[in-house]
Design a protein around this ligand. Sequence first.
Ligand code: ATP
Ligand code: MG
Length: 278
Amino acid sequence: MASESPKKNWSINDFEIGKPLGKGKFGRVYLARESKSKYIVALKVIFKEQIEKYRLQHQLKREMAIQTSLRHPHVLRLYGWFHDAERIFLILEYAHGGELYGELRRAGYLSEQQAATYIASLTHALAYCHEKHVIHRDIKPENLLLDHEGRLKIADFGWSVQSTNKRHTMCGTLDYLAPEMVENKAHDYAVDNWTLGVLCYEFLYGVPPFEADSQADTFRRIMKVDLTFPSTPHVSTEAKDLILQLLVKDSAKRLPLDKILKHPWIIMNADPNGSFPE
Ligand code: ATP
Ligand code: MG
């Protein structure tokens, strides 16, 4: 499968469809097996009618083009796509461990070792994406999948952009948004660095840092960078230091990706086998 030419004209007849894996806003995802090679994949099915109704053709094309061009151990592969009269099918790498979100909710919060390993994996993947001028912009636990060995894979490039200059659009879920995005100001790669800080906090405390009862309150908390560290669970000073260096309002002052990987908390806690460098 992975070695097949991307030019192959796939059709639904090439696959045996298995159990549903998940459901998104526009798509349903199924476990599937390519009949000839027996290669296991995830097949994401999107109804054209939905995409056309919300005028998302361009965005979907962009998502597919971006994800096809990316090859990194922590970025979910998109092997190819095809369509019939009603549907578009994306042939995706299968992530056997499912959503990181599920693991986080089951466990409540993660150990410093596990959190640091995921943050290091994400940082490696984002450094690769940024080098290719891709800003993901929608990093959240639901879009982070785990493979059969528990290694993190970034999925869902629906909101990502390929860009060399500052962006000026509104998108994503509020909890993970950087102040410059909430305010709809021009923004750049550093939005993903902010999100790393939000995720690091959520991994260690089990809740995102700016959670509030209403969107308006979350908005206000993000704008003030209203950050508090609860006394339980216990979190190390080094972890808090990293979070404080990422959740910085001025995007130019956020810790850059290469420095995250050299941060003492990452060095002390991340499992080198769980996070392959590029
Ligand atoms: P949304 O825009 O709401 O995030 P979406 O339509 O973009 O959703 P995805 O996030 O790609 O859809 O997939 C929906 C869910 O299906 C995921 O959250 C995950 O649980 C499951 N899923 C998606 N891709 C895979 C995969 N490759 N392997 C295993 N499970 C997957
Ligand atoms: Mg999703």
